[in-house]
Design a protein around this ligand. Structure first.
Ligand code: ZN
Length: 234
């Protein structure tokens, strides 16, 4: 049991911010068109073949061996998700070596305004076998991050960026595809990855992926085939 936990935990441990408050309709959710308004938020696809999604299983497990119990949008368990995960993790293949080689740019998934931006925090947090938690080598463990606000009050959250990479400031208008920062391992993160999260205006996390355990319509412009990474917007 324990090795399974360790493997799973090291693959995905990650925590975004707590939900906030608000309330409104989604962009493009009237008129019968696709509601999707999100483009894939990374400048490359090949290094991100490992994806851990939103947990749709309402059960909250005790800390320990059951924490991998989850259901992703398609109804699959770990390693497609993990317990109580509100976002989607795109794991950078090659880890810290790939990060040190330049990492990968994180892009705005849709047009919006920067609602929050945080930088200046240690970006080499990693998993510790001793404590079974995240170790930031004595640093504060706060994530470098960006939150964008979109039409209708929807928000997208980009977590765990490299220190010094955040390229936008609060109040700045950004276009879809604009660079926000680079993939790192700041905050509660065991390895370099992007935690991408969609929140409705009331702060409720929403899985952008459609599926039998999720909503029938995708919030991606082009969700693509199962296990393919989402595409861009027209
Ligand atoms: Zn995550």
């Amino acid at each position: 049991m324990r090795p399974r936990l360790l493997a799973g935990w090291f693959l995905g441990a990650c925590a975004g911010p707590p939900p906030e408050g608000g309330g409104a309709a989604a962009p493009g959710d009237s008129g019968g068109e696709s509601a999707g308004f999100l483009a894939f938020p990374l400048a490359e696809r090949e290094p991100f073949q490992t994806v851990l999604g939103v947990d749709h299983d309402p059960t909250v497990q005790e800390p320990g061996i059951d924490q991998l119990t989850c259901l992703d949008h398609h109804g699959r368990s770990f390693p497609h998700c993990y317990d109580e995960h509100d976002g989607t993790d795109y794991i950078l293949h090659g880890g810290f070596e790939a990060m040190d080689a330049g990492s990968v740019a994180i892009l705005a998934a849709a047009d919006g305004v920067v609602a929050a931006a945080e930088d200046g925090h240690y970006d080499r947090c990693h998993g510790s076998l001793e404590t079974m938690s995240v170790d930031c080598d004595g640093h504060d463990g706060i994530a470098n991050s960006v939150i964008l606000e979109h039409e209708g009050g929807w928000r997208t959250l980009y977590w765990h960026m490299m220190e010094g990479s955040v390229a936008v400031a609060v109040g700045q208008a950004v276009r879809r595809g604009e660079v926000l920062g680079r993939v790192g391992s700041s905050g509660f993160s065991t390895q370099p990855h992007l935690h991408f999260e969609l929140q409705a205006a009331d702060g409720t996390p929403v899985d952008p992926y459609a599926g039998p355990e999720s909503q029938p319509e995708s919030w991606w412009c082009d969700q693509g085939e199962l296990d393919a990474l989402p595409g861009d917007c027209p």
